[in-house]
Design a protein around this ligand. Structure first.
Ligand code: XBP
Ligand code: MG
Length: 237
């Protein structure tokens, strides 16, 4: 493995939801439903329905789009979505604190190996800063990621490339020095549009999406080919 000070510095930028952690079905979805219940609203998102709702990135936008589907006026949907999302965020932080949001199998080992090899690690996520930071610290330690850019830090969410561009700007590296690791088509589009090569590691919600343009697509981090490719050094293409 090349060291960062060799020709071609090596940076790996990870997505969080569905990539570093298994967080959607038994984490975010549960917190959204609890927020609906606490507000006295009858809505509950089934495991299947949530898969469709994931097409809209960002929890607040996801709620707003859903409420508009329930015939709320856009303005009312937006105000209610903001309040529900604030409550959802507090509830998800609680799940994080209880250790109920696990790393995906193979991820802790991959992170440890990349750290040992001197690779610079970073995060580009649509998720909210208030839960992203405690989750990363709990699972991977406080100083594992050189930069963490969240949905709170950018104006436009994935599939827009803003979050990846912000990571590269903060690190002061070009996209050719970085590799993105994503789980979804929205994330892949964001990475590619920022110029990063991208490996996709799918999960139950994203398997079957269109991953045209990905450097490689794997089912899990323990796939031997995935494990080998992700431990290679730059340049990846
Ligand atoms: C993740 C998201 C997030 C989470 C919920 O997308 O879209 O909205 O589902 O987190 P990606 P928040 O993995 O592509 O970054 O409620 O904090 O938005
Ligand atoms: Mg994701």
């Amino acid at each position: 493995m090349r060291r960062p000070d060799d020709a071609g510095r090596t940076v790996v930028v990870f997505d969080v939801d569905g990539t570093l952690v298994d967080s959607e079905r038994d984490g975010h979805r549960v917190a959204f439903d609890a927020a609906f219940a606490a507000a006295g609203l009858p809505y509950r998102w089934s495991v299947e329905a949530y898969g469709r709702l994931l097409d809209v990135t960002g929890g607040r936008r996801r709620i707003a789009v859903f409420l508009e589907e329930q015939e709320y006026e856009p303005e009312e949907a937006s105000v209610l979505a903001a309040a529900l999302h604030a409550d959802k965020t507090a509830r998800f932080r609680e799940l994080v604190a209880q250790g109920r949001v696990p790393a995906r199998p193979g991820v802790p080992e991959l992170i440890a190996d990349l750290q040992k090899a001197g690779v610079t690690l970073a995060v580009a996520t649509t998720g909210t800063l208030a839960w992203v930071e405690p989750l990363l610290e709990r699972l991977f330690g406080a100083d594992t990621f050189a930069e963490v850019v969240t949905g709170t830090d950018v104006r436009t969410l994935k599939p827009d490339p803003a979050v990846y561009r912000e990571v590269l700007a903060r690190l002061g590296v070009g996209p050719e020095q970085a590799l993105a690791v994503e789980d979804s088509a929205n994330g892949l589009t964001a990475a590619l549009d920022a110029g990063l090569p991208c490996v996709v590691v799918t999960n139950d919600y994203t398997r079957g999406q269109d991953f045209t343009g990905a450097l490689a697509v794997f089912d899990g981090f323990n796939d031997p080919d995935a494990a080998a490719l992700l431990r290679q050094s730059a340049p990846w293409r």
